[in-house]
Design a protein around this ligand. Structure first.
Ligand SMILES: Cc1cc2nc3c(=O)[nH]c(=O)nc-3n(C[C@H](O)[C@H](O)[C@H](O)COP(=O)(O)O)c2cc1C
Length: 346
């Protein structure tokens, strides 16, 4: 049950691949705050193979992001093999992950992402083609099936293992469910029991306590967090401590939270070539960082119209002044307890 890539801890906590979110600066923030492993957002095999500039730019990562996997998607085994070869030769991540989970229409209509789950022979052919094209470990991320009728996560997982997947992440919802209902953690437990390769559990971890609950419920080899990391990258360090049974780091105060948001903003600013566009893209993170703060409606409204990173510090300073004037810091600290934080909607 050993992981095929280096992990700092026996039960790694992992940042999920997320389009538009798991970009280099956020991955670095999460690594810094305790994520053992990070994965890029899904990248089209066709885009990589054709050396599409926008796609290739998303493949850049720094040494402080390791252990890192690059996630690719596509239903053409040849294109997937070519993409894996290029990624391995040029970018040298620690592993290649294949996306069999994406539910988005544009992707599944060409059989990419969870679209492949309708044809398990194709799933196996894709895994074999990718594994043959790279010497890096190949892992997969799946949903429980295409729809309720075809829901059979253990059978799908076994087919992935047989085809050469070296680790598997299960998000136990079907494609038709998209994000509705609850992730069925029992299905993760069943996959853990049936497979020889490490099974990573994913789905509905909103707090560090949820990460421990999932681990205890399923005995999964690692836990993967997506939406629960929004605006709270420290969830990884807290989950780590709970899993290890060591003292849990306190949730950052409002001042510390703003400092983390500004550090993240500075990373984005130095990473992106177009600072104005990057600031607009960053608005969503700003909204997540202040979610749950008392009287944050006005704060959010101001953050959601920023056009440059320079504006953010002033907005935070105004809010902190407001706190100081009312001496409400101690109330705020209670209010931002992690347990109160629901992840933002995707
Ligand atoms: C904004 C967003 C983008 C996502 N993009 C990807 C992706 O590129 N690849 C992938 O495998 N899953 C993607 N997912 C799915 C997540 O990795 C994860 O499986 C799902 O959100 C369930 O985990 P959670 O309950 O911790 O959010 C995305 C999810 C969200 C919310």
């Amino acid at each position: 049950m050993r992981f095929p890539y280096p992990v700092d801890h026996e039960i790694p906590v992992i940042l999920a691949p997320m389009a538009g979110v798991s970009e280099s600066p956020f991955r670095r923030m999460c690594r810094k705050h305790g994520a053992d492993v990070v994965v890029t957002e899904f990248l089209s095999a066709e885009g990589i193979r054709r050396e599409n500039e926008a796609t290739l730019s998303k493949l850049r990562f720094g040494p402080d992001e390791r252990t890192i996997g690059v996630q690719i998607f596509g239903a053409d085994p040849v294109a997937m093999g070519d993409a894996a070869r290029l990624v391995s030769d040029v970018f040298q991540p620690d592993f290649i992950d294949i996306n069999f989970g994406c539910p988005v229409k544009k992707v599944v209509k060409r059989n990419g992402g969870s679209g492949c789950l309708r044809d398990l022979d194709l799933v196996q052919t894709v895994i074999r083609a990718v594994a043959a094209a790279t010497s890096l470990p190949v892992t997969v991320k799946i949903r429980s099936g295409w729809n309720e009728e075809m829901r059979d996560p253990v059978a799908i997982a076994l087919r992935c293992q047989d085809a050469g997947a070296r680790a598997l992440t299960l998000h136990p919802r079907t494609r038709t469910q998209m994000y509705s209902g609850n992730a069925r953690w029992d299905e993760i437990a069943a996959a853990v029991a049936a497979l020889e390769i490490p099974v990573i559990g994913n789905g509905d971890i909103k707090t560090a306590a949820d990460a421990l609950r999932m681990r205890e419920h399923t005995r999964c080899a690692g836990v993967m967090i997506a939406r629960g990391s929004f605006g709270q990258p420290w969830i990884f360090a807290q989950a780590r401590a709970l899993i290890d049974g060591t003292p849990v780091p306190t949730t950052p105060s409002v001042t510390e939270r703003f400092a983390i948001a500004l550090e993240h903003a500075a990373m984005v600013q130095s990473y992106e070539a177009d600072p104005e566009g990057a600031a607009i893209e960053f608005r969503k993170h700003l909204g997540w960082y202040v979610k749950g703060l008392p009287n944050s409606a006005d704060l959010r409204r101001r953050l959601h119209v920023v056009n440059g990173f320079g504006e953010v510090e002033g907005i935070f300073a105004d809010y902190l002044r407001w706190i100081e004037e009312r001496s409400v810091e101690s109330d705020l600290l209670e209010a931002v307890d992690t347990a109160d934080l629901e992840p933002a909607e995707a």
